[in-house]
Design a protein around this ligand. Structure first.
Ligand code: SF4
Ligand code: SF4
Length: 466
């Protein structure tokens, strides 16, 4: 099964009023059109972040006979016929119909992974307060949907820290290709490829946690379960519309098989749960499966802006100094939309770091890199306003005033989940230690390079972008 990488974000011309609210939140000026007329999306420039989908408030009136029927619109959008929510003008391609069919196929071994923030936002779709934390109910619901294995992208986040942290230490020691940028946000990666290919050598070569889990599902986990990789359906539940694009990238395959066969958003998972009539609120908690379902607190905080940096510093500090980090909660890394910077003392090294939350803020740093004046060693970039908590595939917030409080509530839940974990550093996760001992060998080793690292390519079209 090949994921669809045709345009994933669309504007329905029948419904668009031309209010250009979407243009105001688009970080890359990809929305084209005059006010008061239906808008179009420049698919080349678009980074598939889905912020326009989150913001659009124009929807189809049930009673308007001049419009294409609701049933037909749902079909075109890849949404289940049982969906009751309004159909807005800006939308992302859905994969719930395809997934529902695949889940009914007894010949496939169906494996799912969930991004860190699904567990702090899914419950909102069932009327629970903003940011309600439900990892156990989510795992139970996924089993009722017919998944054979319920894994966790947080595990992949822990692997990312092992690989990316080792890469950073190597680059800082050699002084080469600094600053190093994170590469786990696919919208940021697409933007770098499209508008700033001069920084591609500066991106970490790590695949994202989602792709790492996908690669391990079809190798390590397949071996443990005695399942032929070709029989596995690898599904990811993501807060991010651009993850659909990332999964379809040609290079994201393991020995010719897709690492992630299908990506659905938080909203689509809620639709599938409702479609099956599952009483989500009253589900008893269930654990994730081993081994790719065991994660540390560091893996969990990837979902908030600054989370990758904080997780990397927890591990990097200990790998470099061979001492315990004095404080695990790095408040100076945490924050909201915009750019934050810090200097972290790691042994003799003064590590200069920057966290960019919101793609529109990255341009000044890109200019510094081009001019050779960038003072940072390590830069985290997340395209969405506050990281994955505010992703384009998250539950839609109809009231603009709700937005800030929702992001705050989701972030607080993530940090609470981290502080409640017994293991809060990626390199101390026993499942990660076992993965390296039994399968990968060492970070940046041969198997890691084959499965977990990649290359990025310029998509720049001459004369198209500044
Ligand atoms: S897509 Fe939605 S937000 Fe954008 S102009 Fe049309 S109606 Fe307004
Ligand atoms: S998905 Fe993001 S980049 Fe693409 S048009 Fe919408 S807001 Fe702009």
């Amino acid at each position: 099964m090949t994921p669809n990488i045709d345009p994933i974000i669309h504007i329905d011309e029948e419904l668009c009023t031309g209010c250009r609210r979407c243009a105001a939140v688009c970080p890359v000026d990809a929305i084209i059109g005059e006010a008061g007329t239906p808008q179009r999306i420049d698919a080349h420039r678009c980074v598939v972040c889905g912020q326009c989908v989150q913001t659009c408030a124009a929807y189809a009136a049930e009673s308007d006979p001049s419009l294409t029927s609701r049933a037909e619109k749902l079909r075109q959008r890849g949404q289940l016929s049982s969906v009751r929510e309004p159909l807005f003008a800006a939308y992302s391609t859905g994969h719930a119909i395809e997934l529902k069919e695949a889940l009914a196929d007894p010949k496939r071994y169906k494996v799912v992974q969930c991004a860190p923030v699904i567990r702090v936002s899914l419950a909102e779709e069932f009327g629970l307060p903003l940011g309600t934390l439900t990892p156990g109910k989510m795992a139970a619901a996924l089993r009722l949907l017919n998944f054979d294995r319920v894994y966790d992208t947080n595990f992949g986040a822990d692997v990312t820290i092992m690989e990316e942290g080792s890469e950073l230490i190597g680059r800082v020691m050699s002084g080469e290709r600094l600053p190093m940028f994170t590469s786990c946000c696919p919208a940021w990666v697409k933007h770098a490829e499209t508008a700033a290919p001069h920084v591609l050598d500066h991106l970490s070569s790590c695949k994202s946690p989602m792709q790492m889990v996908g690669a391990l599902v079809k190798t390590y986990s397949a071996e443990l379960d005695g399942i032929a990789p070709a029989d596995i359906l690898s599904v990811a539940v993501m807060p991010c519309t651009c993850k659909k694009f990332e999964a379809g990238r040609e290079e994201m395959n393991v020995d010719g098989l897709r690492e992630v066969d299908m990506v659905i958003t938080t909203r689509e998972l809620a639709q599938l749960i409702k479609d099956k009539g599952i009483d989500f609120i009253n589900l008893p908690d269930e654990p994730f499966d081993s081994p790719l379902g065991k994660y540390s607190g560091a893996g969990t905080i990837f979902g908030a802006t600054g989370g990758v940096m904080e997780a990397a510093i927890r591990t990097g500090y200990e790998l470099v100094t061979h001492e315990s980090i004095p404080n695990l909660q790095l408040d100076f890394i945490r924050g909201d939309e915009g750019i934050r910077t810090a200097t972290v003392q790691i042994g003799d090294l003064e590590l200069k770091v920057a966290m960019v939350a919101g793609l529109k803020y990255v341009s000044s740093i890109l200019e510094q890199v081009a001019g050779g004046t960038c003072p940072y060693h390590f830069i985290e970039v997340m395209a969405c306003p506050e990281g994955c908590v505010s992703g384009g595939g998250q539950p839609k917030l109809l009231l603009e005033t709700q937005r800030k409080s929702a992001y705050q509530a989701r972030k607080s839940s993530i940090y609470r989940h981290d502080s409640n974990q017994k293991v809060r550093k990626s390199h101390e996760n026993p499942a990660i230690i076992k993965l390296y001992k039994d399968f990968l060998g060492e970070p940046l080793g041969h198997t890691s390079h084959h499965l977990l690292h990649t290359k990025f390519f310029s998509r720049k079209v001459k004369g198209e972008l500044k």
